[in-house]
Design a protein around this ligand. Structure first.
Ligand SMILES: [Zn+2]
Length: 143
């Protein structure tokens, strides 16, 4: 298991004290997993690129390994960003209304809003868990 830079082989003389990104390079069950630390971390709530090796090793490598061991493909971003975990159906529908209905100027927003209200009343307090993640929001598909 390792966090390393791959720029040295490409002729970067400053490596590892350079601007090039850190990479994970990990073996698990004879399979080799490599990807930029930034790609992994930024898809999971990191707010800026990981430039410090220590941070990559202590904060992100354990999570990278945990996903591999759990059978996930770490190169595939999780379906629900960290910020959305704990969002309720009710919150989600508010967002849905703001993002899709108002933004797209649907013909009859009043009616849509009324229907969302009914949906909220029916299931608005239920947790919106990662398991119910919905990539393409539609009222019927997500509730
Ligand atoms: Zn470099």
């Amino acid at each position: 298991m390792a966090v390393r830079k791959i720029c040295k082989q490409k002729g970067c003389r400053a490596s590892p004290r350079c601007e090039h990104p850190w990479w994970f390079d990990v073996m698990h069950n004879r399979k080799r997993w490599r990807m930029p630390v930034n790609d992994f971390a930024l898809a999971r709530g990191a707010t800026e690129p990981i430039t410090v090796k220590h941070t990559a090793e202590t904060l992100w490598e354990p999570r990278f390994l945990a996903e591999i061991v759990a059978g996930r493909d770490p190169t595939v971003p999780p379906e629900v960003p960290k910020a959305a975990v704990g969002v309720t159906v009710s919150d989600f529908l508010d967002l849905y209304y703001a993002n899709y209905v108002e933004a797209e100027g649907l013909r009859d927003p009043v009616t849509v809003k009324g229907r969302l209200k009914a949906v909220k009343a029916a299931g608005g307090s239920a947790g919106y868990s990662a398991g119910k993640a919905c990539r393409h929001p539609s009222i019927q598909g997500c509730v």
